[in-house]
Design a protein around this ligand. Sequence first.
Ligand code: PMP
Ligand code: GLN
Length: 394
Amino acid sequence: MDTSSPRVGSSPLAGRLTGLGTTVFAEMSALALRTGAINLGQGFPDTDGPPQIIEAAVKALRNGRNQYAPGSGAPELRQAVADHQQRFYDMTVDPDTEVLVTTGATEAVAAALLSLVDPGDEVIALEPYYDSYAAGIAMAGGTRVPVTLRAPDFRLDIDALRAAVTPRTRLLLVNSPHNPTGTVLDETELQAVAAVACEHDLLVVTDEVYEHLTYDGVTHRPLATYDGMRDRTLTISSAGKTFSFTGWKIGWVVGPERLVRAVMTAKQFLTFTSGAPLQPAIAAALALGDDYYTKFRTTLEAKRDRLCAGLGAAGFDVFAPQGTYFVTTDIRPLGYDDGMAFCLSLPERCGVVAIPHEVFYDDKLAGRALVRWAFCKRDEVLDEAIERLGQLRS
Ligand code: PMP
Ligand code: GLN
């Protein structure tokens, strides 16, 4: 190899992507595999979604749905997304012009950022932020401006949000239910976000992939349903979490035609389309009865309670989430203060993998002592993990 050329010898990574490295989820799942540890890191269920939905995908595979789906998505899936928005949120959406099917929520977020953000534009995001946001903003050449949700409550500091807006602010990137804290923005917070967006004429992208995972009677309401928001908001969701098919990577964007068309402009050159035979199956999934959605929520709520109780008994400070797959703990009561070092040594010490919050922050100190655990696992797996974590105190 000719190492005399700087192109060969130095990092080939474009400057925009400096520091992005490998995702913490891939890193921690690889660590779990390597050490045989229980993986409470990456958020994926360890059981499949509804068998009849798998059968619907098999049927589509056998019935010739194997070539490119239309760029905007299979018509029956776009219709099913529109029906879902009407059914759960009373939002009327045109399936032909206001819905776009994407390769998971990840592509939806990336395509939205690439199509709406110019180099130098500022994007306000809730911190800790889901890792692909930082990457998407960087790829668009934008600047990330975090507004921090702080322990123990992880509520939105509305004054901090207002203070974060500058003349360069282009877009608010909101995530509720929020990964990793589990915060579900309440009526007051959502109204404040809407007021800031309207006052400063900002675009809004909301990531609502955990829309059906809220607990203790807390409900999720899309930001797009607030006054003045419909025409400036892109609502993103995905089938991965709601139907336990994270590997299918079927997501969607809903919004006003001019914004959806903008996202389509970027999306068509990223993947054009994907998952053709999975799209009709997800259309069938979205139409499942209320019993499916209710059972899914109550099952995950029980898992949340199970893991929260176990982590509490193991000696952590537990911040029970109102939504999502994840619970956050403070590790300091057990005598640790560095979440990254704690998570890196945990597999060897007691055979469990978790995610350090620190990687989701610009303000590293705010997340340093916090660790995220996924509870979307079988009860016996959660119990075994809890038992292993019991050793930390001894
Ligand atoms: N946003 C959030 C907040 C997530 O937790 C995830 C992980 N599911 C995604 C987006 C990515 O979703 P998908 O797998 O559909 O790309
Ligand atoms: N959303 C999942 C999580 O937060 C990870 C998905 C991924 O690995 N990109 O754990």
